[in-house]
Design a protein around this ligand. Structure first.
Ligand SMILES: NC(=O)c1ccc[n+]([C@@H]2O[C@H](COP(=O)([O-])OP(=O)(O)OC[C@H]3O[C@@H](n4cnc5c(N)ncnc54)[C@H](OP(=O)(O)O)[C@@H]3O)[C@@H](O)[C@H]2O)c1
Length: 251
């Protein structure tokens, strides 16, 4: 067995048609994994599948919403019909609404929590029977490790996801399931595209980033991929920041 490859593995990635999820799907497929991505937009799925087919990558897709119970039930029915076993689950979907704490409506709070946190908790539990001996990677954020100007619910959802990572790592170790997290800092994707266009804000971000640049989705994807590999066989319950040194930077 080559511990730096994923031949014969099947990996499910939520939110794999854009940004970090898409880069992860491509990295995993290039290392031999059969990958299935989940996203809501059918047209975006079709465009991605077409691109991957032309690139010779084995990536399939399921259309569904991970933030609702009905959405997850539909996704899992499809997953079980297609794959007898999963070697990896990447809980990557995330959203944000940036506001001051006093300004959030109950609906906005619930949207962020159900998309970022509940989806990962429930999908991990639903995939558990298929994942025996496999691995989970939760895509969190450095906003779950320290204060950022993201708004409280986003930071809260990501901090809870870091703790979910630790709890499941311990509970599911006996099933041979490793559970880890990757925490990106600013990464060039649609999620933060508008923010990065603000020159003043970008300057402040770069000032807090020892490596002096924004991350690329492929750089986060490589960390996720490593944690899914046999090469990471003794690593569980950890959160790896992919942040250009942001969390190490003091004064
Ligand atoms: N980019 C950054 O700077 C950054 C920094 C720290 C952490 N992160 C985290 O990294 C993860 C990925 O972020 P990204 O920047 O790559 O995001 P992105 O570019 O906005 O891509 C999000 C992906 O998730 C899918 N998606 C969104 N909501 C969904 C839902 N309810 N059900 C199913 N699919 C859904 C989207 O497709 P559809 O819209 O078609 O569903 C898309 O494929 C998130 O958890 C985010 O919080 C990002």
């Amino acid at each position: 067995m080559n511990r730096w490859r994923l031949d014969g593995s099947t990996v499910l990635i939520t939110g794999g048609t854009k940004g970090i999820g898409k880069a992860t799907a491509e990295e995993l497929a290039s290392l031999g994994a059969k990958v299935c991505v989940v996203a809501r937009s059918k047209s975006q799925i079709d465009a991605s599948l077409n691109e991957w087919r032309q690139a010779g990558l084995t990536i399939e897709a399921i259309c569904g919403d991970v933030s609702t119970e009905a959405g997850r039930a539909g996704i899992m029915a499809e997953v079980k019909a297609r794959y007898p076993k999963l070697h990896g689950l990447v809980n990557n979907v995330g959203k944000n609404i940036r506001k001051k704490a006093l300004e959030y409506s109950a609906k906005e709070y619930h949207d962020i929590m159900s998309t970022n946190l509940e989806s990962a908790f429930e999908l991990s539990r639903l995939c558990y029977p298929l994942l025996q001996g496999g691995a989970i990677v939760n895509v969190v954020s450095v906003a779950g490790l320290t204060h950022l100007r993201t708004g409280a619910p986003y930071g809260m959802s990501k901090a809870a996801l870091v703790q979910l990572t630790r709890n499941l790592a311990v509970e599911w170790a006996s099933a041979g399931i490793r559970v880890n997290a990757v925490a990106p800092w600013y990464t060039r994707t649609e999620l933060v595209g508008a923010l990065l266009e603000d020159k003043g804000y970008l300057k402040e971000i770069l000032h807090s980033t020892p490596l002096g640049r924004i991350g690329e989705p492929e750089e986060v994807a490589r960390a996720v991929t490593f944690l899914l590999m046999p090469a990471a066989s003794y690593i569980t319950g950890q959160c790896l920041a992919v942040d250009g040194g942001f969390t190490a930077f003091g004064f």
